[in-house]
Write a protein that binds this ligand. Structure first.
Ligand code: NAD
Ligand code: GLY
Length: 368
């Protein structure tokens, strides 16, 4: 795989009048040329958390000119804070600052911050501008692109939310240098997802490149981010509100969301749960006669190379999975809709999995 020679790549997300750029490159944070064109007015609220703020808040602010009214909300770190109560803190800060409909929210952090800040922007005064500045691999390759915003409900992941597109996505690849290895692996799960659902060449490239990716090789990581963002942008442009093809981005998520909800938000990382979920979906696809055993072995090896879990939580019974999977947003008219693989690189929405086959898989899948 090759990239442009320039250090910076810009990819479009083509959504008519709501189209926006994804800028990818090292050291973008703090360079005024990237944020300024996308600000709606003079009022700027940076939303971040107490882990990312000490690392990157000052650098971000250097990219905002002195004549702007810049405020900040610093939320506690963690998936457990992805709640309506946190969004209320953002609304409170906006109101206390007297911010109007021409304000701009900037989400600085991982997917938790991006989803919450996006939802606050979608709902404040019926919708204001926001910019995504993702700082985890997962957020850079997935959650910052495509406008899904929202929070968790104690009964289900991401159950409250809205589609609200950012004005721009600014990916500073240097932020990955401070990311803990476990978080890097969680992001790699979503990168692997793109190969599995839509791009078998990319999958083969990932198999060959996993050691470089885990070693934080900048050029290799940048290629993976670019290819992932390109694939996501294509899918979002085709189906912004998930009426059809966008559902494929949920490979592994029906199983994964069940794990996250059952374990309590934050115990398993989202990407870890998706990784185990993708292996479950691959195994089910094999039982349906679509994937060969060797295909499932390839998926297992790649997840293992990315240091992702290959087993479900030990305390989760098949009935726990089923109860939570029934709540999945993809289900229509009480039918369980799963994203499965017809081949590696070719996913589909499947509504006709025989219930007894699913139950057996859930019973037999390895437990940690
Ligand atoms: P996260 O936001 O919790 O970030 C992971 C951890 O890394 C946090 O502790 C964070 O503070 C820290 N961190 C962030 N950037 C860092 C950096 N550069 N250096 C050091 N530490 C850093 O988790 P995540 O994996 O980024 O995102 C997961 C969330 O994204 C989940 O809530 C999931 O539901 C959501 N998601 C949303 C979409 C979407 O389309 N909107 C897609 C996928 C996932
Ligand atoms: N991560 C799923 C989506 O954006 O649709």
């Amino acid at each position: 795989m090759t990239s442009s020679d320039d250090a910076l790549t810009t990819l479009p997300v083509s959504l008519g009048e709501r189209s926006y750029p994804i800028h990818i490159g090292p050291g973008l944070l703090g360079d005024p040329q990237w944020l300024a064109p996308h600000l709606a007015g003079r009022q700027v609220m940076v939303v971040t958390n107490d882990r990312v703020a000490p690392l990157y808040l000052e650098a971000l602010k250097q990219g905002l000119s002195d004549d702007l009214d810049v405020r900040e909300v610093i939320l506690p770190d963690g998936e457990a804070t992805k709640s309506l109560a946190s969004v209320e803190r953002i609304w409170d800060a906006l109101l206390a600052a007297g911010f109007n409909r021409r304000c701009t929210l900037i989400a600085l952090g991982g997917g938790v911050i991006g989803d919450m800040a996006g939802y606050a922007a979608a709902s404040y005064q019926r919708g204001v501008a926001f910019i995504q500045v993702p700082t985890t691999l997962l957020a850079q390759v997935d959650s910052s692109v495509g406008g899904k915003t929202g929070v968790n409900h104690p009964r289900g992941k991401n159950m409250i939310g809205a589609f609200w597109q950012p004005r721009a996505v600014l990916i500073d690849t240097e932020t990955l240098t401070t990311l803990p290895p476990r978080e890097l692996s969680a992001g790699l799960a979503e990168v692997i997802k793109y190969g599995l659902i839509r791009d078998s060449d990319f999958l083969a490239w990932l198999e060959a490149s996993m050691a470089m990716l885990r070693g934080l090789d900048t050029a290799t990581l940048t290629l993976a981010i670019e290819r992932s963002c390109r694939l996501k942008a294509e899918i979002v442009a085709e189906d912004e509100t998930e009426q059809n093809v966008r559902a494929l981005l949920n490979l592994g998520h029906t199983f994964g969301h069940a794990i996250e909800t059952h374990q309590g938000y934050g115990q398993w990382l989202h990407g870890e749960a998706v990784g185990a979920g993708m292996l479950m979906a691959s195994e089910l696809s094999h039982r349906l006669g679509w994937l060969d055993a060797s295909d499932v072995a390839r998926v297992r090896h790649l997840l293992e190379a990315a240091d992702l879990p290959l087993a479900a939580p030990g305390d989760m019974r098949a009935e726990d999975f089923l109860a939570l999977m029934r709540l999945d947003k993809k289900n229509l008219d009480d039918r369980l809709r799963l994203i499965l693989l017809r081949r590696l690189g070719d996913a589909c929405v499947h509504e006709a999995t025989p219930p007894e086959m699913l139950v057996r898989l859930l019973e037999e899948f390895p437990r940690a």
